[in-house]
Design a protein around this ligand. Structure first.
Ligand code: NDP
Length: 295
């Protein structure tokens, strides 16, 4: 079985370079998808409280028979659980559903720009969990440079990762650069551009892109594999999602080829500057206030 290269986080914890995403994987399908991923060789699962499928992730890990330490578990605290005590309790909800004692990487799912004090309090709770050894690393998601500035001004632990939308049609170079300068690992969500086709398809499917298609043909690989390789060679951690066994295997089979500098540059040039996900500045509890159930 292929062993997965790792990235070393800014606190010296190693994380697999490629993980498995479960956003929009229905709770009843999650166990099977994650079991397939673990059988394939994936050793990192990215879930979130708001995906409603942490329980299925935990079940799959237990049924795999793998030692707990062999699987890197990442989950996210949702905005309705921000606040110091509430976020500490969100950790209890997450470990209760996952059926584990510790989480490898716990991150804030979004900044709450209009209530940044609440975001800071939530992050301080993550710092506490980190100091207490309940989580091995902490981080953020969808944080823009101004959010990182505010966070770093008021907290102690530099986030280990920033999980943001990155695919060939939306590269967010400014955020990538600032994360890099701060020692924060870039983690790409929608790495093969899922958000470009599973929403309304208005900015086209990266999977059908002729430039990516040509590179895929030249490399004897698929468009998805080419996109994953583009991220990995540029130092980004990736978490492709699939519920389809053949695609789960395909997305893992990306360690036996190299894109050339010209191919990397040709993919960089596809950036449209158009975000597929919600504008990070517009996230409010009013708009996105889903309640997270108890474990
Ligand atoms: P992806 O870029 O991973 O694309 C997923 C989509 O692509 C699914 O529709 C899947 O279909 C399809 N697919 C997967 N593999 C292939 C393949 N080889 N060929 C063709 N189609 C394929 O998008 P996601 O948005 O799911 O992002 C990945 C992960 O990132 C999420 O699951 C989640 O963990 C995280 N994420 C985080 C966000 C955040 O705000 N922090 C936001 C969004 C995602 P099927 O499953 O039917 O096979």
């Amino acid at each position: 079985m292929t062993s997965i290269p790792t990235f070393t986080l800014n606190n010296a914890v190693d994380m697999p370079a490629l993980g498995f995403g479960v956003y929009q994987t229905p709770p009843e399908e999650t166990r099977a998808a994650v079991e397939t991923a673990l059988e394939t060789g994936y050793r990192h699962i990215d879930t979130a409280a708001v995906y409603g499928n942490e329980r299925g992730v935990g079940e799959a890990i237990r049924r795999s028979g793998l030692p707990r330490d062999d699987v890197f578990i990442e989950t996210k605290v949702w905005i309705t659980d921000y606040g110091y005590d509430t976020t500490l309790h969100a950790f209890e909800k997450a470990v209760g559903k996952l059926g584990v004692d510790t989480i490898d990487l716990l991150i804030l799912h979004q900044a709450l720009p209009g209530e940044f004090d609440r975001t800071i309090a939530a992050y301080k709770a993550l710092e506490r969990l980190y100091t207490d050894g309940k989580v091995r690393a902490i981080g953020v998601s969808n944080f823009m440079p101004n959010h990182l500035d505010q966070l770093l001004a008021e907290t102690e632990v530099v986030p280990a990762v920033n999980q943001i939308e990155v695919h060939p049609y939306f590269r967010q170079s400014d955020v990538l650069d600032i994360d890099g300068q701060l020692g924060i690992l870039n983690q790409a969500w929608s790495p093969i551009g899922g958000i470009t086709f599973y929403r309304d398809g208005s900015h086209g499917s990266t999977l059908q892109d002729p430039v990516i298609g040509e590179i895929a043909t030249a490399q004897g690989k698929s468009p998805a594999q080419v996109m994953l390789r583009w991220h990995l060679q540029q130092g980004r951690q990736v978490i492709p999602k699939s519920v389809t066994p053949s695609r789960i295997a395909e997305n893992f089979d990306v360690f036996d080829f190299e894109l050339t500098d010209e191919q990397l540059a040709a993919i960089d040039a596809l950036d449209t500057g158009t975000r597929g996900g919600p504008e990070p500045e517009d996230i409010t509890r009013d708009k996105y206030g889903i309640e997270i159930p108890e474990a």
